[in-house]
Design a protein around this ligand. Structure first.
Ligand code: GDP
Ligand code: ZN
Length: 346
């Protein structure tokens, strides 16, 4: 099957039922309720079956870009999506807005390039945030520090990035001069999916264009900005790269609010967990307790970044509990109503 080039593998084929007539495909973009899906006989436009939509308990159970789905072909490159296969990885944030809801940014991504620029915009605190997001997803984070051609004190910045990377790979590059870019190709192997995250202006589009090289057709497919410098790609897309990898183009994110379990923080802040073993109190909050080993050994700004993320997650989990309870109540109401109708013989 030629689906391997899109990232297909045993993890997904194991989920197929033997006598099913559905065909697998990978979601490459989404516009409202319409999806573009790559199959081994070409791209189709698909919508979600009524059953799948009605039975989804939350929007995260509906297809997202990067998902493997099972389809039924209709005439003229149209299809219906009947099932979303279990995801290998799932990159999410809290959806912007008041409601506490998960928004899936990308499914089944292998590597996430967390991009920052080595100019005045450089911020290890923002990187810490992205790291928590990626640790939660199951994908492998790679820190990419761009604009090393104009960096002041690149070595100092590299050191402070290394101190929070906790073993994640870190690359200093320049999308302008090309320095260090060749190192990134090791993540772009055939069938692998990479996504880029980072705030607007760090050089994601420029770097992507460099990685696409002379492949004009693909570069044009990205169409990064219009004449006013605004992004024309406001949606996420999965695009095959020249070397055989799949690129997941995420729009610049101004705000990333975490959507994670506490374990994600343990991965991003393992040094704090380690130091906490030496705190005098087992349940030390590392804020005011005497004999706190964390306050003694961890950089104060990193510690307050940890506390901020922890607070954000605590708030999120409280909100999500309330929201889940409400949703459950609605569901039972609907079930009772349909039971009553059934008893009435409707
Ligand atoms: P995006 O919003 O993350 O996609 O960022 P862009 O790719 O649009 O880049 C923002 C600005 O940074 C543009 O003016 C680029 O020319 C510039 N830029 C990107 N990469 C580099 C680099 O490596 N060095 C320097 N000096 N400028 C860069
Ligand atoms: Zn402590």
């Amino acid at each position: 099957m030629s689906l391997e080039k899109y990232g297909w593998g045993p993890f997904f084929s194991q989920q197929l039922e033997s006598n099913s007539t559905f065909i697998p495909g990978r979601v490459s973009s989404q516009h409202g309720g319409l999806y573009r899906v790559l199959t081994d006989t070409g791209e189709v436009v698909a919508n979600v079956s009524g059953r799948l939509r009605n039975f989804a308990l939350s929007s995260s159970e509906l297809p997202a870009v990067g998902d493997w789905v099972l389809l039924q072909r209709r005439e003229q490159a149209r299809a219906v999506i009947h099932r979303v296969l279990s995801r290998r990885t799932q990159l999410s944030r809290r959806a912007p807005g008041k409601r506490s809801e998960e928004q899936i940014l990308a499914a089944n991504v292998d590597t996430v390039f967390i991009m920052t620029a080595l100019d005045a915009d450089f911020s290890v605190r923002r990187m810490e945030r992205y790291l928590s997001l990626v640790h939660e997803s199951g994908a492998i984070p790679v820190l990419v520090l761009n604009k090393c051609d104009v960096a002041e004190d690149a070595e100092g910045k590299r050191l402070s990035a290394e101190s929070i990377a906790r073993g994640s790979a870190l690359h200093l590059v320049s999308a302008h001069s090309g320095e260090g870019v060749v190192e990134l190709h090791r993540y772009l192997k055939p069938g692998r999916t990479v996504a880029f995250i980072g705030s607007s202006g760090v050089g994601k589009s420029t770097l992507i264009n460099v990685l696409f090289g002379n492949d004009v057709q693909l570069t044009r497919a990205i169409r990064v900005k219009d004449s006013k410098g605004r992004h024309t790609t406001t949606y996420r897309r999965l695009i095959p790269m020249p070397g055989g990898a799949m690129l997941l183009d995420t729009p610049g994110m101004r705000e990333v609010q975490l959507w994670a379990e506490d374990e994600a923080l343990h991965s991003s802040f393992g040094d704090i967990a380690e130091a906490a073993r030496d705190c005098r109190f087992r349940d030390c909050t590392h804020q005011h307790e005497p004999g706190c080993a964390v306050r003694e050994s961890i950089d104060a700004e990193r510690l307050s970044s940890y506390h901020r993320q922890q607070k954000e997650l605590a708030f999120l989990h409280r909100q999500t509990d309330i929201y889940a309870a409400q949703a459950e109540k609605q569901r039972w109401k609907a079930i009772h109503k349909s039971m009553r109708n059934y008893q009435k013989g409707e």
